[in-house]
Structure formats: C-alpha cells, structure tokens
Design a protein around this ligand. Sequence first.
Ligand code: PMP
Length: 395
Amino acid sequence: MIAMTSPAPHRRTAVSARAQRLPGGKLAELFALARERGAIDLAVGVPGAPRTPEPLVEEAVRALRAGANQYDLPQGRVEVRNRIAESFATPADPDTELTITVGATEALCVALFSLVDPGDEVIVLDPYYENFLGAVELAGAQPRFVRLLEPEAACGPGWRIDQEALTAAFGPATRAILLNTPSNPTGQSLSTEDFELIAALCERWDVIVISDEVYANLVFDDQQHLSAADVPALRDRSVVIGSLSKSHAVSGWRLGFLRARPGLTSVFRRVHEITTNGASAPLQLAAGFTDLFDASVLTAAKELAAARNTMADLLSRMGLSFRVPQGGCFILADIRSVTDEPCEAYVRRVLEESSVLLAPGTPFFADKQRGSNYVRVAFNRSPQVLTAARRQLTH
Ligand code: PMP
C-alpha cells in the first residue's frame, strides 16, 4: 500500500509566494473601460509613432520565405549583434559582450537572475519603471527605494538624485542598482555627475549597475545619450539593457539585448538558454540585414521630438505642470495645479468627460500618496491621434 502524506500544513496556496507578491493587474479595469468607450489611449507605451521602418518589414518577410524558421544560436544571430554594436559610442565586442534577448523585459530578468540572490537588496530610484519591481521580486530580492527629489519649478533642475539618500541606501546587503536613462516615467537622463556618484558608491560597496537604456535612441534636442557603458569607472561593473521596441516601433517583435563584460555575458547566456533559449530567428535576421541606425531608418527621435512638443503644449493648456522630457516617450505631469482628487479619480473623470485614457501615477512610485499627485502621458502617437486627443481634452 502506498502511504499518502498530506501537504505541509503551512502550504495554503497553489502559487509561489513570489508570484503572489507580484504587483500589477490594478489598471485592468481602467483599460477595459477605455476600450469599451473607444477612448484614445495615452496610457500605455505601445508605439503609434514612429512608423515601423518599411525595410525591416521587407527583410522579415524575406527571412521567413528564405526558411529561417527554426531554433538558432541562443545568444543571437551574429548579424544583429554586429548591427547593435555599431550603435554604441563606446565599442563592445559583439562576440563576447552582447546577447540578444526577448525584449528588454527578458534582459532584465536574465540580469537579475544572474546577479542577485534571494535576500539581496537592489536599489531602485523612485519613481521607477513599474516592471522593475516585479522582476526584483521574481529574483527573490528586496527593492531598496531611493526617492528622487521632485522638480521645484518647471524650468529648474528636474527630478534629482538626493546624494545623501543614495549614499545611505548602499550597504552590505546591496547587490545591484537598477537605473533607467532616459527614464520611464520622468523622461530624464542621468548626468555625468550622477554616474560618477553612482560609480563611487558601487566601487565602495562592490555593487553592479543594471542600466535599462531602452530609450537610448530616443533622446531629444541634439543631446547625446550617456550610457553606463560610457563611464570609465563603471566599465567592469555595468550591465546595459537595450531594445528595438520603441526606437524602431517593433514592440511586438520582442527584440532586446544585454551588454556586459565577457565574464558576465557567458553567465547571462546560460541563464538566457533557460528563460527563452533565444529570440525570434527570422526577426533577428531582418534586423541584422537592415541599416538600423541610419538616419533614414532611425527616425524616432525626430518624429517624437515633435510629438513631445505637441503633448507638452496640450498638457500646459490643461494646466498641468511637468518637466519637458529629455528622452523616452512619456511625460510625468503633476495634477495638483488642476485638482485635489487623487490621480485615479482624475484619470477616471478625464476618461468619462473627454474619452482619453491617461495612466495614474501610483504604479510608478513606492509612496502611493506621492504617486497620487501624478499622471503619466505617452506621446509616441501619430499626429492624427495627438490632434484628436487635443480636441477632446480641450473641448
Ligand atoms: N524598460 C523600460 C524602461 C520600458 O519602458 C519598457 C517598455 N515599456 C521596457 C523596458 C520593455 O521593453 P521591451 O519591449 O523591449 O521588453
């Protein structure tokens, strides 16, 4: 007879504790309502602009027809690794320092799974890209938030690192710091001074930088993107995450990458074999055969600079206050000048009155009270959508 043992008495649920702790799902109701009303969606980052470059689509069709339909090298096709390496200001070796991932989303998980152990602390600047939290959680680590200082005036310095708070956040439990430059949601880029402070603290505490730079090619006003990989003091302690999703309007292709020194890259590649075993082979080929960073193909910064200006003008007319983004595709706007409602109520009212969906600020802040003062607005939309949004929001 087989002895049946009952499950451990403490196990009350079928899902893991870390899955249970994952944030998210709170906005589903708002999105459903917006869809039902046929509202203009300015909440999510799905690119409505720029247009997907035609040569990329043509190459994808060609790759599929040529039979690139099977598994390929997990670390990514050499053609696309070479292409992506061409875009870096500080060179990287595509053979030993680059891995193609299933979007930046997988890259973030691979970096965290490879670098942190359960119980470690990961520093997160607050406000933050909301998926940072879930990924840190899945890796079993603890986020340690460092509040950015709020902009004092529309034209003064924007969201700033509080040097004392950042210094105090580092300690023996710190394993990594997660950065995002230019940032979703603030639209701000880290400066050389920011990176120097971060590098000094990372060196002192032997901490690694994971720098999400998915908006590297979406920097406006003739400014140059500064990557963690361009900072000499971070040379051996930076991991850079990138993506074609927004710069090339192929968010559905799921093509991202991880850049790191060879010792880390070989570990990332092993973890990546477990998480996905490689990104889509034909779409990598298509990207590899397209002149991705030629001005005729990479039009995003030019197109979105105009969209940013249009959106900034619209939000000013609505009476909101915000910092004009240096990069990315979002504006984080303070609603206190127009309402004393919390952001969810304001978003709901704007949806009902104007049929436009904005994103409430709360998911991007550790302190929900603080987040409640903000909405996030996506401006990577076509001129037609922006015109319609303007009509509806200023009627
Ligand atoms: N990081 C940031 C900061 C983002 O805003 C996004 C997209 N919203 C991602 C990562 C995810 O990018 P991907 O589509 O390449 O997975």
